[in-house]
Design a protein around this ligand. Structure first.
Ligand SMILES: [Zn+2]
Ligand SMILES: [Zn+2]
Length: 242
């Protein structure tokens, strides 16, 4: 239902955040000094024959500055682990396997740099009653054989409430009723799917003597004309099995 209508969720995400005391530098406030190896340039030059090759300074990692005194809060790591509460908006129509990107809500950057992004992979839990295929939903509706034959108006649950539907007299097993626009919305906003109601005609498995007699009587009173919809198929099958 959350996938159908969209929702908001609060997630508890374990991630790294910049140390507030040192702002991610790993040094005690004011305790950075110019790297003695590269004199603050961040690179060292090496002569190799005719060429001068410039490589990042290994002493300061290219930063040009080194820590004189390690931050007492994070012990020089610059980051610490936190549980971050993040609110995310789940758009209506989302499907399993889709990924939501939350900009700037990932782990802390290096040396106090900007945080990365958080990617949330969606897994939609199946509904007890509705089966989903893309934007369309499917439901199996059990109908007694008498109701299928005689017809009946019934009320059926939909995603957003309920709907009155007509089981037409002469409904056959596997017949489908389509409720247009009663499925899920497209996640990009391109239209809405349908709700498909597949009729499952229930046949009794236990009968009393009286019921058997009634059916016998009924059978005696029926002719091929009662099955006009399927007469042509029946005729073919009779020929096939003869
Ligand atoms: Zn720190
Ligand atoms: Zn250096």
């Amino acid at each position: 239902m959350e996938a159908a209508f969209g929702s908001e969720k609060e997630l508890d995400i374990p991630l790294t955040a910049n140390c507030k005391r040192c702002d991610g530098s790993g040094a005690e406030p004011g305790a950075m000094e110019t790297c003695p190896s590269c004199n603050g340039s961040g690179t060292v030059q090496r002569r190799q024959g005719l060429f001068a090759i410039s490589t990042p300074c290994s002493n300061c990692g290219g930063a040009g500055q080194v820590i004189k005194e390690v931050c007492t809060e994070c012990r020089g790591a610059g980051t610490h682990r936190v549980n971050s509460k993040i609110n995310i908006k789940i758009p209506a129509g989302i499907e399993s396997g889709m990924t939501l990107r939350v900009t700037g809500k990932g782990n802390a950057g290096i040396n106090g740099g900007p945080s990365g992004d958080l990617y949330v992979e969606i897994n939609v839990i199946e509904h007890d009653f509705f089966r989903r295929e893309g934007r369309d939903i499917y439901v199996e509706l059990p109908v007694s054989f008498v109701d299928a034959i005689m017809g009946k108006n019934i009320q059926i649950s939909t995603l957003d409430g309920s709907e009155n539907i007509e089981i037409k007299s002469g409904t056959q097993p596997g017949d489908r009723i389509v409720l247009k626009g009663k499925g899920l919305p497209d996640v990009q906003g391109y239209g809405v799917g349908n709700m498909n109601i597949d009729i499952k005609v229930m046949l009794p498995t236990k009968l009393t003597k009286e019921q058997k007699d009634l059916l016998q009587k009924f059978d005696g009173a029926t002719t091929d004309d009662n099955y006009s919809q399927h007469k042509s198929i029946w005729d073919k099958m009779k020929g096939f099995f003869a």
